[in-house]
Design a protein around this ligand. Structure first.
Ligand SMILES: [Fe+2]
Ligand SMILES: [Fe+2]
Length: 509
């Protein structure tokens, strides 16, 4: 065994940063693959991923994680033509997982003053580790065409737990959690919206392994384009952070919303072209007890006050045409025996979406695909049934109402596409009962409503993602977003379009 300058080298062939062990030093041992530590035992750059800043045309963040301390985490930044010309130091955020006691360190390099609509190359590195490479394209400035994509409820495609001699997935994942990532990368969006329930770490034996698996699976896309998340109920982990989102808040550096430090990163907004994207955390307002702990009302109204100010500012901004909300739990759902819609969201967010004319809501939580007609206003009943403003399904003028999409087929082992009510109805969680001592959860109280707002449902496919192609149109005319929902039906990113429609609205100028 010799210790080379690059790390531990054990008499085998080096293959892509790994060392293949074999004869003669290891004698009768079967060949095996070893991760090659860097010099001085430095951990590798793991889980490399991007986020946009508040102005996606100028700001981005490069992030990766380790479980041991590293020296001089930094990003080398440049352009394809000019090479790596700049060095940007990374700041390290930490959390200690309450279940394992392990501390996770996430290194975030904030890139600012970037040029709009420009391709960059970068390398993330810390002392003793091999640099990991990625690319970034900044958003266009002003009105320009671009694509974004979205899904929620992914899990991981990994078998990380050994149970009775068999390797199993213990975080609700399936092989499709890998296929959807390949499909999104194949669509090459400017950014991808992740509608909550990222990896279900709060269900797994080893939360940190599960988060690491999620980033390992997605870095093949998220290092080339920001995956911008919304926190779902399965990001709520007992004992992690003041509300339970300590892991989520540490892994991601999203645009600052001005929230108190303990709530930072749970809601935020950013601008790409003429689209304002607003990401919310619905556990604050939903009645359902869906996380590791019941945190309904945790922000004391702070998120709602921020949302109203954000919506007012966005709608009065002459450079913004579209307001897109990314959130987890849903306003609409027409499946039985799953979660259902939540009255809490209808009571708090929906009146604001109406007042400020939100165009589109992408959500998850239900593990299938469906969408609503444009909805505006609510019936004066116990569930505040949304009122469809129009029933045309191919071209939708979103000045008439907000279209809600449920895109929860990101890869879990428990799809809900076989559970649709026929005809469409909706179970609405209107309250919760007292904590059940057997489960430790507050049971939901359901009211069933008719669903005149239901537009399109896909009972045939469990998995998929949506692509959104923004066309800025011409001055004085209309702008549009062409939406395609693709079912992902197998490996190699096999995708089939199953729903297409167009959103339109007049340009601001
Ligand atoms: Fe989920
Ligand atoms: Fe969920």
């Amino acid at each position: 065994m010799t210790l080379s300058r690059r790390g531990l080298f054990v008499g085998g062939a080096t293959v892509g940063g790994a060392v293949l062990l074999g004869a003669p030093e290891t004698a009768a041992a079967a060949p095996q693959l070893w991760a090659q530590p860097g010099s001085l035992g430095a951990p590798p750059v793991s889980g490399l991923h991007l986020q946009f800043g508040a102005d996606a045309s100028r700001q981005a963040v490069v992030s990766w994680h380790t479980t041991t301390a590293v020296s001089r985490p930094r990003v080398l930044l440049g352009t394809p033509e000019g090479g790596f010309g700049h060095v940007v130091s990374a700041d390290t955020s930490t959390y200690r997982d309450a279940k394992s006691g392990t501390e996770v360190r996430v290194h975030h390099a904030l890139l600012d003053n970037l040029r709009p609509g420009t391709d960059y190359i970068y390398a993330a590195v810390h002392d003793g580790a091999a640099p990991e490479l990625g690319t970034l394209r900044t958003a266009p400035r002003g009105r320009a065409p671009f694509r974004f994509t979205s899904f929620g409820d992914q899990g991981t495609p990994t078998l990380g737990k050994l149970s009775n001699g068999t390797y199993v997935n213990d975080n609700l994942g399936s092989p499709y959690a890998g296929d959807v990532t390949a499909a999104v990368e194949g669509a090459a969006p400017l950014f991808h919206l992740v509608n909550g329930d990222l990896c279900y770490a709060n269900l797994s034996t080893d939360r940190i392994r599960t988060w690491s698996d999620w980033f390992d699976n997605n870095t093949r896309s998220a290092r080339f384009r920001p995956w911008m998340p919304a926190a779902g109920n399965h990001e709520n982990e007992l004992g992690n952070g003041p509300v339970g989102y300590g892991a989520y808040q540490t892994y991601f550096t999203v645009p600052d919303s001005g929230a108190d430090a303990e709530l930072r990163g749970l809601w935020y907004a950013f601008t790409a072209g003429s689209v304002r994207v607003i990401s919310l955390n619905n556990d604050d307002v939903a009645y359902q007890d869906g996380g590791n702990s019941y945190v309904h009302g945790y922000s004391g109204g702070a998120q709602q006050r921020w949302l109203e100010a954000e919506l007012a500012a966005s709608r009065s901004d002459p450079d913004i045409d579209w307001i897109v909300v990314c959130m987890h739990q849903v306003v609409i759902s027409t499946v039985d025996k799953f979660n259902g819609a939540d009255l809490g969201i209808r009571e708090t967010w929906v009146p604001l979406f109406d007042r400020y004319g939100v165009d589109l809501v992408v959500s998850g939580h239900e593990h299938h695909y469906e969408r609503s007609h444009p909805i505006r206003g609510q019936q004066p009943n116990d569930t505040r049934t949304p009122i469809p403003a129009d029933t045309r399904t191919d071209v939708i003028d979103t000045t008439r109402g907000t279209v809600h999409m449920v895109i929860g087929g990101g890869g879990t082992s428990v799809p809900s596409n076989k559970l649709f009510y026929s005809p469409a109805q909706c179970r609405v969680i209107t309250a919760v009962g007292p904590t059940d001592p057997g489960t430790g959860k507050k049971p939901p109280i359901y009211v069933l409503e008719d669903a005149p707002w239901s537009a399109v449902r896909d009972p045939d496919h469990a998995y998929g993602f949506a692509a959104f192609d923004v066309d800025p149109g011409r001055p004085g005319g209309t702008t549009s977003i062409d939406v395609t929902y693709y079912a992902v039906t197998g490996p190699y990113a096999t995708s089939t379009p199953v729903d297409r429609f167009r959103l339109t609205r007049p340009r601001r100028h």
